[in-house]
Design a protein around this ligand. Structure first.
Ligand code: C6P
Length: 413
């Protein structure tokens, strides 16, 4: 069996930062294996939120009084930190949204409605989350554009051999996930972006599962848009990010209209504020944006490369242990091409029943279609049970999962 090498991360120290992890569930220590759905939060982030609401809660960009200036300064600092984290050229390219879903809908509506016409094509993949599929279906219907799909191969990787055939002069946008939330597959975004650029298409990356887990450098990848969620990267819920190339964002019309996004308003027409405000209508999630800035500090201090390495080691260990269970099938590619997400099915037991038994043993996992129904059809499995890992996950929690799965097998056999 794989021996976990000297851990890259000081797990005991990291776990001490997450108050929620230290509890019993159904008489067992909690093994939280659902970070793909939402990560836990370190005390630093929880304290940053509390501190904002206790000491300087006020609306931003409006007041000339001290609390408002303090809140504005803290929120703009968070924007700077996030820009540095993904190597954006300017903090003006960081748009605060509610989550990945809203970020993608922003591009689909603002860029899509202004730029797509009948005959244009949008290239997606078969492994997309509904958030990077449904908005494009809606926009395609509204504009007459058509959707194409990069297929998924038998190993759960994108079949890129035909990429140059799928990309045509009519392809205006390629929108793909950086890492699958079902299979864990990490896609070769730089190569896809290079091929897309050769036909003049823009590239949007769904970074919901990549930005929290490994270094994402928007300039090195050569992409145009990146969407991600704060709550999956140790940050609060209700805050997400759209990064876009400045020249493209500047040329786009606004998504939502209202306060804060305008320069001048008359009764029949208005002009727009400069970036990023043009895309941030209404009062933003101020405390949550500040909290996300602290989450970025926390992850940066530990190091994204160390987090990725540790997750890959743990995934190798978990795959080895799960694949040794008779009657259990895991999905997805070899460990070198994946992150810390493992979907599986136990012969003859519904994925939801497996998850319910695991919960009885303190193990929190997700079961279902994971908002990827087209991918599940391709896998031939209406549902899977899914265990997912983050920087605070231990090999002992993987062992707890395996013991609980053996119990589950015994119950249903
Ligand atoms: N996946 C999961 O359990 P939001 O809900 O907007 O923060 O993230 C949407 C989203 C988009 N793309 C990918 C690849 C995702 O994994 C998710 C969220 C969660 O798998 C909730 S369905």
């Amino acid at each position: 069996m794989t021996q976990i090498a000297t851990p890259q991360l000081d797990l005991a120290r990291i776990r001490a930062d997450f108050p929620i992890l230290h509890q019993q569930v159904n008489g067992h220590p909690l093994a939280y294996l659902d970070s793909t759905a939402s990560s836990q939060k370190p005390a630093l982030v929880i304290d940053a939120l509390t501190d904002y609401y206790r000491r300087y809660n006020a609306n931003v960009h409006r007041g000339v009084y001290q609390l408002s200036e303090q809140a504005t300064e803290a929120m703009e600092q968070a924007r700077h930190k996030i820009a540095r984290f993904i190597n954006a050229r300017s903090p003006r390219e960081i748009i605060f949204t509610r989550n990945t879903t809203e970020s993608i809908n922003l591009v689909a509506n603002a860029w899509g409605r202004a730029n797509l016409k009948p005959g244009d094509r949008i290239l997606l993949s078969e492994m997309e989350h509904h958030s990077n599929l449904v908005p494009w279906q809606i926009i395609a219907q509204a504009t007459g554009a058509e959707l194409d799909f990069i297929p998924v191969d038998g190993d759960g990787r994108l079949a890129l051999d035909d990429l140059n055939t799928l990309l045509t002069e009519q392809t205006r946008l390629v929108a793909v996930t950086h890492m699958s939330n079902v299979l864990g597959t990490i896609n070769p975004i730089a190569a896809i972006a290079q091929a897309a650029k050769a036909v003049g298409a823009l590239v949007l990356v769904d970074g919901a599962q990549s930005v929290p887990h490994f270094t994402v450098d928007v300039q090195a990848l050569g992409i145009d848009f990146l969407a991600f969620s704060g709550h999956k990267m140790c940050g609060p819920t209700g805050i997400g990010v759209l990064w876009g190339r400045k020249s493209i964002l500047q040329a786009m019309p606004p998504f939502l209209g209202g306060g804060s996004m305008i320069s001048r308003v008359e009764l029949r027409q208005s002009t727009w504020h400069e970036l990023p405000h043009k895309f941030e209508a209404g009062t933003p999630a101020i405390g949550e944006a500040i909290g996300l800035g602290y989450a970025v500090d926390y992850l940066s201090q530990i190091g994204m490369d160390a987090i990725h390495q540790a997750e890959q080691q743990l995934t190798a260990y978990a795959l080895e242990r799960l694949d040794a269970i008779d009657g259990l099938q895991t999905y997805g590619p070899a460990v070198a091409e994946r992150g810390g997400v493992i979907s599986f099915n136990l012969d003859g037991v519904h994925a939801h029943d497996v998850a319910a038994v695991l919960d009885q043993h303190g193990v929190a996992v997700r079961a279902g279609h994971h908002c990827c129904q087209p991918l599940m059809n391709i896998l031939g499995a209406p549902a899977t049970t899914r265990a997912s890992f983050y920087l605070y996950t231990t090999p002992e929690e993987v062992d707890q999962l395996v013991v609980a799965l053996e119990k589950c097998k015994a119950i249903f056999s």
